[in-house]
Design a protein around this ligand. Structure first.
Ligand code: TMP
Length: 213
Protein backbone atom coordinates (compact mmCIF):
# COMPACT_ATOMS: atom_id res chain seq x y z
CA UNK A 1 0.00 0.00 0.00
CA UNK A 2 1.23 3.51 -0.82
CA UNK A 3 2.30 5.80 2.00
CA UNK A 4 0.58 9.08 2.77
CA UNK A 5 2.00 12.51 2.05
CA UNK A 6 1.44 15.23 4.65
CA UNK A 7 2.63 18.81 4.30
CA UNK A 8 2.83 21.67 6.79
CA UNK A 9 2.37 25.26 5.70
CA UNK A 10 2.00 28.70 7.20
CA UNK A 11 3.59 32.09 7.54
CA UNK A 12 6.80 32.61 9.51
CA UNK A 13 6.61 31.89 13.24
CA UNK A 14 3.27 30.02 13.08
CA UNK A 15 4.60 26.91 14.85
CA UNK A 16 5.34 24.49 12.00
CA UNK A 17 8.57 23.18 13.52
CA UNK A 18 7.18 22.34 16.96
CA UNK A 19 4.22 20.58 15.40
CA UNK A 20 6.33 18.75 12.85
CA UNK A 21 8.10 17.02 15.73
CA UNK A 22 4.74 16.35 17.38
CA UNK A 23 3.31 14.76 14.19
CA UNK A 24 6.43 12.64 13.71
CA UNK A 25 6.33 11.32 17.28
CA UNK A 26 2.57 10.73 17.22
CA UNK A 27 2.75 8.71 13.99
CA UNK A 28 5.81 6.75 15.14
CA UNK A 29 3.93 5.83 18.31
CA UNK A 30 1.20 4.38 16.11
CA UNK A 31 3.80 2.28 14.32
CA UNK A 32 3.78 4.31 11.10
CA UNK A 33 7.06 4.24 9.18
CA UNK A 34 7.83 7.73 8.01
CA UNK A 35 10.38 10.23 6.86
CA UNK A 36 10.43 13.90 7.73
CA UNK A 37 11.73 16.37 5.20
CA UNK A 38 11.51 19.99 4.11
CA UNK A 39 11.29 22.37 1.17
CA UNK A 40 13.11 24.00 -0.32
CA UNK A 41 15.65 21.27 0.45
CA UNK A 42 15.34 17.67 1.54
CA UNK A 43 18.16 16.35 -0.66
CA UNK A 44 21.80 17.31 -1.02
CA UNK A 45 21.08 19.18 -4.25
CA UNK A 46 17.86 20.66 -2.86
CA UNK A 47 19.69 21.94 0.23
CA UNK A 48 22.28 23.60 -2.01
CA UNK A 49 19.44 25.29 -3.93
CA UNK A 50 17.90 26.32 -0.57
CA UNK A 51 21.10 28.15 0.35
CA UNK A 52 20.87 30.17 -2.84
CA UNK A 53 17.16 30.89 -2.30
CA UNK A 54 17.49 32.03 1.31
CA UNK A 55 20.74 33.97 0.94
CA UNK A 56 19.85 37.53 1.83
CA UNK A 57 22.77 38.89 -0.19
CA UNK A 58 20.96 37.86 -3.38
CA UNK A 59 18.74 40.91 -3.49
CA UNK A 60 18.93 40.82 -7.31
CA UNK A 61 17.04 37.52 -7.53
CA UNK A 62 14.19 37.75 -10.01
CA UNK A 63 10.77 36.32 -9.20
CA UNK A 64 11.08 33.96 -12.19
CA UNK A 65 14.43 32.67 -10.94
CA UNK A 66 13.00 32.15 -7.49
CA UNK A 67 10.02 30.24 -8.88
CA UNK A 68 12.14 27.98 -11.05
CA UNK A 69 14.61 27.26 -8.27
CA UNK A 70 11.74 26.24 -5.96
CA UNK A 71 10.57 23.75 -8.57
CA UNK A 72 14.11 22.60 -9.39
CA UNK A 73 14.61 21.69 -5.73
CA UNK A 74 11.15 20.06 -5.71
CA UNK A 75 11.81 17.94 -8.81
CA UNK A 76 14.93 16.54 -7.17
CA UNK A 77 13.12 16.04 -3.87
CA UNK A 78 10.24 14.17 -5.49
CA UNK A 79 12.34 11.82 -7.61
CA UNK A 80 15.10 11.16 -5.12
CA UNK A 81 13.21 11.05 -1.85
CA UNK A 82 9.45 11.57 -1.68
CA UNK A 83 8.15 9.22 -4.40
CA UNK A 84 10.46 6.30 -3.54
CA UNK A 85 9.38 6.51 0.13
CA UNK A 86 5.67 6.67 -0.75
CA UNK A 87 6.08 3.66 -3.05
CA UNK A 88 7.68 1.72 -0.18
CA UNK A 89 4.57 2.45 1.89
CA UNK A 90 6.27 5.04 4.09
CA UNK A 91 4.54 8.24 5.10
CA UNK A 92 6.29 11.47 4.18
CA UNK A 93 5.86 14.59 6.29
CA UNK A 94 7.23 17.70 4.62
CA UNK A 95 7.77 21.12 6.12
CA UNK A 96 6.29 23.04 3.12
CA UNK A 97 5.56 22.01 -0.46
CA UNK A 98 3.81 23.50 -3.51
CA UNK A 99 1.14 25.42 -1.57
CA UNK A 100 4.05 27.62 -0.46
CA UNK A 101 4.86 28.33 -4.10
CA UNK A 102 1.31 29.51 -4.80
CA UNK A 103 1.35 31.63 -1.65
CA UNK A 104 4.87 33.13 -1.80
CA UNK A 105 5.80 33.20 -5.50
CA UNK A 106 2.19 33.51 -6.68
CA UNK A 107 0.21 35.72 -4.33
CA UNK A 108 3.10 37.61 -2.74
CA UNK A 109 5.56 37.94 -5.65
CA UNK A 110 2.88 38.23 -8.32
CA UNK A 111 3.73 35.23 -10.52
CA UNK A 112 0.63 33.98 -12.28
CA UNK A 113 -1.18 31.00 -10.75
CA UNK A 114 -1.67 29.56 -14.25
CA UNK A 115 2.09 29.56 -14.85
CA UNK A 116 2.70 27.93 -11.47
CA UNK A 117 0.07 25.30 -12.25
CA UNK A 118 1.78 24.50 -15.57
CA UNK A 119 5.13 23.90 -13.92
CA UNK A 120 3.44 22.02 -11.08
CA UNK A 121 1.77 19.66 -13.57
CA UNK A 122 5.03 19.10 -15.38
CA UNK A 123 7.08 18.44 -12.22
CA UNK A 124 4.48 16.60 -10.13
CA UNK A 125 2.46 14.78 -12.79
CA UNK A 126 -0.71 14.92 -10.70
CA UNK A 127 0.98 14.06 -7.39
CA UNK A 128 -0.37 16.09 -4.43
CA UNK A 129 -0.31 15.89 -0.64
CA UNK A 130 -3.06 13.80 0.97
CA UNK A 131 -3.34 16.30 3.79
CA UNK A 132 -1.97 19.80 4.26
CA UNK A 133 -1.97 21.43 7.68
CA UNK A 134 -2.07 25.20 7.51
CA UNK A 135 -0.88 26.95 10.65
CA UNK A 136 -2.76 30.21 10.54
CA UNK A 137 -1.66 33.13 12.68
CA UNK A 138 -1.91 36.94 12.54
CA UNK A 139 1.26 38.22 10.88
CA UNK A 140 2.25 40.52 13.77
CA UNK A 141 2.31 37.61 16.21
CA UNK A 142 4.38 35.40 13.89
CA UNK A 143 6.85 38.19 13.16
CA UNK A 144 7.24 38.93 16.87
CA UNK A 145 7.96 35.24 17.51
CA UNK A 146 10.61 35.19 14.78
CA UNK A 147 12.19 38.36 16.18
CA UNK A 148 12.25 36.97 19.72
CA UNK A 149 14.13 33.86 18.53
CA UNK A 150 16.97 36.17 17.51
CA UNK A 151 19.56 35.04 14.96
CA UNK A 152 19.92 35.97 11.33
CA UNK A 153 16.88 36.54 9.15
CA UNK A 154 16.83 34.99 5.66
CA UNK A 155 15.87 36.60 2.33
CA UNK A 156 12.17 35.87 2.86
CA UNK A 157 12.05 36.90 6.51
CA UNK A 158 13.26 40.32 5.43
CA UNK A 159 10.02 40.96 3.56
CA UNK A 160 7.49 43.39 4.96
CA UNK A 161 4.18 42.85 6.69
CA UNK A 162 2.18 43.25 3.46
CA UNK A 163 4.03 40.43 1.74
CA UNK A 164 3.09 38.02 4.53
CA UNK A 165 -0.53 39.18 4.56
CA UNK A 166 -0.71 38.12 0.91
CA UNK A 167 0.88 34.78 1.76
CA UNK A 168 -1.58 34.21 4.61
CA UNK A 169 -4.65 35.07 2.51
CA UNK A 170 -3.47 32.82 -0.31
CA UNK A 171 -3.15 29.84 2.02
CA UNK A 172 -6.64 30.43 3.42
CA UNK A 173 -8.07 30.82 -0.04
CA UNK A 174 -6.49 27.60 -1.28
CA UNK A 175 -7.82 25.79 1.77
CA UNK A 176 -11.33 27.08 1.16
CA UNK A 177 -11.23 25.81 -2.44
CA UNK A 178 -10.41 22.21 -1.41
CA UNK A 179 -11.43 21.78 2.24
CA UNK A 180 -11.07 17.98 2.09
CA UNK A 181 -7.31 18.25 1.53
CA UNK A 182 -6.56 21.00 4.04
CA UNK A 183 -6.78 21.31 7.80
CA UNK A 184 -6.57 24.97 8.80
CA UNK A 185 -5.35 25.32 12.38
CA UNK A 186 -5.79 28.48 14.38
CA UNK A 187 -2.21 28.76 15.64
CA UNK A 188 -3.10 31.52 18.10
CA UNK A 189 -4.84 28.92 20.28
CA UNK A 190 -3.00 26.98 22.99
CA UNK A 191 -0.54 24.39 21.71
CA UNK A 192 -2.70 21.74 23.35
CA UNK A 193 -5.75 22.73 21.29
CA UNK A 194 -3.74 22.94 18.08
CA UNK A 195 -2.30 19.49 18.69
CA UNK A 196 -5.71 18.04 19.48
CA UNK A 197 -6.92 19.22 16.06
CA UNK A 198 -3.85 17.66 14.47
CA UNK A 199 -4.54 14.34 16.22
CA UNK A 200 -8.16 14.39 15.05
CA UNK A 201 -7.04 14.75 11.48
CA UNK A 202 -4.31 12.12 11.73
CA UNK A 203 -6.79 9.68 13.25
CA UNK A 204 -9.15 10.28 10.33
CA UNK A 205 -6.32 9.57 7.90
CA UNK A 206 -5.43 6.34 9.66
CA UNK A 207 -9.06 5.23 9.78
CA UNK A 208 -9.60 5.85 6.09
CA UNK A 209 -6.45 3.85 5.31
CA UNK A 210 -7.70 0.95 7.44
CA UNK A 211 -10.95 0.98 5.49
CA UNK A 212 -9.18 0.77 2.14
CA UNK A 213 -6.71 -1.91 3.36
P1 TMP B 1 11.10 27.81 6.10
O1 TMP B 1 11.50 29.11 6.71
O2 TMP B 1 9.73 27.39 6.48
O3 TMP B 1 12.11 26.72 6.26
O4 TMP B 1 10.96 28.05 4.52
C1 TMP B 1 11.92 28.74 3.83
C2 TMP B 1 11.32 29.88 3.07
O5 TMP B 1 11.05 29.50 1.73
C3 TMP B 1 10.04 30.43 3.65
O6 TMP B 1 10.20 31.81 3.83
C4 TMP B 1 9.01 30.19 2.57
C5 TMP B 1 9.83 30.05 1.32
N1 TMP B 1 9.25 29.18 0.28
C6 TMP B 1 8.74 29.76 -0.87
O7 TMP B 1 8.78 30.98 -1.01
N2 TMP B 1 8.22 28.96 -1.84
C7 TMP B 1 8.20 27.60 -1.73
O8 TMP B 1 7.72 26.91 -2.64
C8 TMP B 1 8.72 27.00 -0.52
C9 TMP B 1 8.71 25.53 -0.38
C10 TMP B 1 9.23 27.83 0.45
Amino acid sequence: MLGQFITLEGTEGAGKSTNLTFIKEWLENKGVELIVTREPGGTEIGEAIREVLLNKDYTAMQAETELLLMFAARAQHLQEKILPAIKQGKWVVSDRFTDATYAYQGAARGMSFERIAEIENWVQQGFYPNTTFIFDLPIEIGMARVASRGGETDRFEQEKHDFFEKVRSAYLQRASMAPERYAVLDASQSLENVQQSIVNRLEEMMQSMEKTA
